[in-house]
Design a protein around this ligand. Sequence first.
Ligand code: DP6
Length: 328
Amino acid sequence: MQKITAQAHSNIALVKYWGKKDAGLRLPRNSSVAIALDEAYTLTTVEFDEKYLEDDVELIGEGFEEDEKDKVKKHLDRVRAMAGITTKAKVVSQNNFPKSAGMASSASGFAALSMAAVESAGLKLSEREMSVLARNGSGSASRSIPGEVSVWYTAETDEESYAERISFPDNWKVKVLLVMAEDTSAKKISTTDGMAMAPTSPYFVHAVKEAELNIERLKEAMSLGDWSAFGKVIEDECYRLHTICMTQTPNILYWRGVTIEVFQGLYRLREQGLEAFFTVDAGPHVHIITKDEDVAKVKAELAKINGIKKVIECGVGPSAHLVDNHLF
Ligand code: DP6
C-alpha cells in the first residue's frame, strides 16, 4: 500500500454548528456554512503497511494528547472497515498554525487524515463520500473536504450529511483576518463536550430553527451580492452561537475583553461606512470577514486595541487535495 500525503484547510463557520442529533454519527442539529482559510492547513501522511505492528500516530511540534491519538486510531478503523483490511498504519501530521491560534485543527486534521488514509488504503471515494467520512472524525471537518465556501447539510442518515461548495460572488475579494487574543485561558471545554450540553439552553430549539433560516438568508445575500445583508447574518450567527453557550448548563463564556473590543472597533468603522464583520468560534479569538480593499483600514483600527497577540490574514482556501511532500 502506498504512502500518501494530503493537505486540508481549516475553516471558519459563518452559520454555526453547535449541537448534534446523533453524537455517535456526528449528525448536526442544523446545517452550517463555512469559509476555508488558505493560510491555515494540516498536512498528513498515512501509510498502511504490514511492517507496522500497531498504529503509530504523531503530530509534529505540539504532539497529540492520548485522547487525540485514540480518535485518530478510531478514524483509521473506519477506513479499514471500508477497505476490508486489518493492516496497521503510520500517521504523521503537521499544522502550519499553532493550536493556540484558535483555529479548528480538528477540521483540517480529520479532513487531511481522511483523504490520505482513504488513498493509502486503495479506496476510491467521491468528494461527497470523503466529506461524510471526515464528518465522522469531527463535524466541521466535513466542510474542509470541499473547502472554499461550503454548506454542510443536516440529515437523518450518515450518507446524507455531507458538505459541498456553494457559489460565492466572483467580485467579492474576501479576506479573513484572524485576530488572536493574547488571553487564551477561555477554552477549557472541548467543542465536542461543550456542544453536548447545548440542548440545556432554554433558547436552543428556537436557535436551531434560526440557523436554518440564516442559511437561506446568507444564500440570498450571496446571490444578490448584498454585502451588508451577508454581514448581518454572520454577526447574528456569532451572537446566536454564543447565546446558546452562555445560557447552557454549565454556562460557557468563550469571550474575553479583547473579543468585545474588536467588535466595537468594527462598529466604529461601520459608522464611517466601512463594512467588515466579526465572527467567533469556541474561543476568544475573532475572525473578521472583510473585503480585500478594506484590509489596511481594518488593521489600522485593530492597532488601537490592546490585548491582540497577532493578526493573520487569510484568503479563501482550496479543497482538500493530495501533495507530494511526505512527512516521513
Ligand atoms: C464552534 O467540529 O470541533 O467551531 O464534531 O464534536 O468534533 P465535533 O465538533 P467541532 O465543532 C466546531 C464548532 C464551532 C462551530 C462550527 O465550526 O460550525
